[in-house]
Every structure is written in C-alpha cells, then in structure tokens.
Write a protein that binds this ligand. Structure first.
Ligand code: NAD
Ligand code: IPM
Ligand code: MN
Length: 350
C-alpha cells in the first residue's frame, strides 16, 4: 500500500527541519517497507514574491488526493502581513476542514524538564485545539482606519457543530488511549456567549463518558497550573486562540519550541502535520535549528497513517539522540541540524 505524502518545507528554518524529517522518513521507509511516495512543493515566501501567488489554482483539491501533507513553517520578514502563510497554512486547515489540532506535550528526558523537582513523567498530555473557528475565522473589519475614532472588530465564532466535534474528539482520544481525565479550558466567566456554548457542550458530551473525569479550568488558571503541576493533565481541549497560546508554553515544558509536534486532523480525511514552531528567520540556513519537532511530527504522521512500528522506532531514536547528547545546542547538544537528523535516521531500529 503506497502512502502518498505532499511535503511543503515553506520558509526559514521550515526548510532546514523538513529536510531532516524527510531524511528520517526515508530511513524509516527503508527499514519498515512503508512504500512512501514523497512529493515536494516549493510553496512559500520565495515563490509568492516571484509569482504573486501563494498556492496555484486547484491546489487544495490536489492536496486532498494525498494520504497526508507535511508542512515545515511559513513566515518571512519580506511579507509582514503574512498573506502567503495565511493562505497556505490557515487555508489548508480551513479548506480541508482539519478541525482537530492535536499537540502532544510530552517531555522525553528528565534533562529537558524545565520545572524544579519534576521529571519527564510529570509532563505527558495532549492538547486538542479547535482549528477551524474562533478568532481565526477572519470575520470583522476596520472602520475609520487611521483616525482617532478608528474601530477594529474581530469576531470570535463558536458553532455548536464546531465545539461539539472537537470536544468529542478529545473524549474519544482519551477513551482510546486509556486516559482518565479531560480538562476543558475556556473563559466562560467573561465570554458569556461563545464560551457558555463550550460549557454546555462539554457538560453534554462528558456525560456520555462515565469513566472519564470531566474537569474545567479557566484559561488563566490553566496556564498557572501547567507550570505548578503539569502532572494533573492528560487531555486538554480548548478553542483555537487559547490552544495556540498554551501550546507554546507546552512546548517549553517539553524542553523548547524546537521539540514540539502537531497534527491538523479530520479523521478519515487527508490531514496535515507540522511542527509547532515557526520559521525563525534569524536561524534560517545556519544548520542550528532543532529538527526534532519536525521529526516527531513525521512520527505522528506515520502513526496516523497506520505505520505504528515505524512511528515508535522514530520516537525511540529521538529519545536516544537526546539522552546521548547527539542533538542541537538549544537542548544541550553540540550537533548541527543535519548531523542531528543523521544521528536519528541512523539510530532507527526495526
Ligand atoms: P518561531 O517559532 O519561529 O521562533 C521563536 C523562537 O523559538 C526562535 O527565535 C528560537 O529561539 C526558538 N525556536 C523555534 N523553533 C526552533 C527550532 N526548531 N530550533 C531551535 N529553536 C527554535 O516564532 P516567531 O519568531 O514568533 O515567528 C517567526 C515567523 O514564523 C513569523 O513570521 C511567524 O508568524 C511565523 N510562525 C509560523 C508558524 C507556522 O508556520 N506553523 C508557527 C509560528 C510562527
Ligand atoms: C501555530 C502558529 C499559527 C497559528 C500562525 C503562524 C498562523 O502560531 O501553528 O501555532 O496561530 O495557528
Ligand atoms: Mn503558535
């Protein structure tokens, strides 16, 4: 069974780290006979500046013909409004209706744990970020721009359908993975309409899962607890904006932004996988970016595509590289991006 994957490295360090993820995917393919068919696309800032077009016409339909999409990162100082990034990244999330942004927060080594008196065993949860609604829908407008009376409105859209499917996804994941608690986080004490809907949906859906504890924290309390006692979390479900913010904090709990992976998923449809970090332009092309977030993203993608053994082998090789210091400087190693990719690719065991 051939697995067809579209690869879009994007901009900045997205290009550096995607090269290493592809290296590891090819090594896993050779070892586990995955029959991967990887096709690379040059969508990103360069192409947008050259052609005026972020994605060619019909590309979303073409994306749908792949088994999965892997993206690096987007963002370039020459395009300050992020137009191309919004069209490629948010465009893919929205148009492919990838409603579940799944972001594991798993510390792989005690050495990387940033919290005093804690170990890696205290940091192992998964964030389910709603990925198609909220403040990200781009509804609103500006009135009297540039004047003293300027009004800027950015709408926060929460639909019954959208909230219900992400909350359900979080509970289904918890049930499948024998997790015993789902924490929903909102700001329903202030957002009395949008997040009241989250409260009511959470109460309804959680009632269907008698064996899973339903827990609630306002988002300000949640971030405090993520630092105070992360061991209490197993699955967190939240809206698009809060999910974005708390997963950068989550990345730091794992040891840094260079380590965090994510999947943008619509079960049963073509899904997209990308590291949590951005294009970090000042590190681009310098062979210093940490490729592990991208490599763990490849691990998530293979797991999603039913290649569980290969996925587990990638995670083991990553842990081994971290433990033996064969990794980049941001996490205490001495290697460059490419040598870290080599160490992980050659460390894969069948
Ligand atoms: P960033 O994630 O690119 O970088 C922030 C900092 O985190 C870096 O300066 C660096 O210290 C560290 N970092 C990130 N990735 C790392 C890695 N792989 N290895 C080592 N250190 C790493 O965020 P930013 O600087 O706020 O944004 C830069 C650009 O990326 C912006 O244009 C932003 O909009 C965009 N962005 C894109 C995505 C995406 O494409 N998914 C995500 C976040 C930000
Ligand atoms: C992320 C990024 C994106 C987001 C940006 C670049 C649009 O920060 O994937 O976390 O806000 O979702
Ligand atoms: Mn983010």
């Amino acid at each position: 069974m051939t697995r067809r994957i579209a690869i879009v490295p994007g901009d900045g360090i997205g290009i550096d780290v995607t090269r290493e993820a592809v290296k590891v995917l090819r090594a896993a393919d050779a070892l586990f006979a995955l029959d991967l068919d990887l096709e690379e696309f040059d969508f990103g800032a360069e192409r947008y500046l050259r052609t005026g077009e972020a994605l060619p016409t019909g590309m979303m339909d073409r994306f749908r013909s792949y088994d999965a999409i892997f993206m690096g990162a987007f963002g370039d100082p020459r395009i300050p409004d992020m137009h191309h990034a919004a069209e490629i990244l948010l465009g893919t999330r929205f148009q492919l209706d990838l409603y579940a942004n799944v972001r594991p927060v798993k510390c792989l080594s005690d050495r990387l744990c940033p919290l005093k008196g804690r170990t890696r065993r205290d940091i192992d949860f998964v964030v389910f970020r709603e990925n198609t609604e909220g403040l990200y829908v781009g509804m609103g407008g500006i009135f009297k721009k540039g004047t003293e009376q300027e009004i800027a409105v950015q709408e926060d859209v929460n639909t019954r359908h959208g909230v219900e499917r992400i909350v359900r996804e979080a509970f289904q994941f918890a049930a499948r993975h024998h997790r015993t608690r789902v924490t929903m986080s909102d700001k329903s004490n202030v957002l009395r309409y949008g997040h009241d809907l989250w409260q009511r949906v959470f109460a309804e859906v959680s009632a269907e899962y008698a064996d899973i504890e339903a827990n609630h924290l306002y988002v300000d309390a949640l971030v405090m607890q993520m630092v105070k006692d992360p061991s209490q979390f197993e699955v967190i479900v939240t809206c698009n904006m809060f999910g974005d913010i708390i997963t950068d904090l989550g990345a730091q709990l794992q040891g840094g932004l260079g380590l965090a992976a994510s999947g943008n998923i619509h079960p049963g449809r073509t899904s997209m996988f990308e590291p949590v970090h951005g294009s970090a332009p000042k590190y681009a092309g310098k062979d210093t970016a940490n490729p592990i977030g991208a490599i763990l993203t490849a691990h998530m993608m293979l797991d999603h595509l039913g290649a569980g053994a290969a996925a587990r082998a990638i995670e083991s090789a990553v842990v081994d590289a971290i433990e033996t210091g064969r990794c980049t400087r941001d996490i205490g190693g001495s290697l460059g991006t490419s040598a870290t990719g080599d160490a992980i690719a050659s460390g894969l065991k069948a």
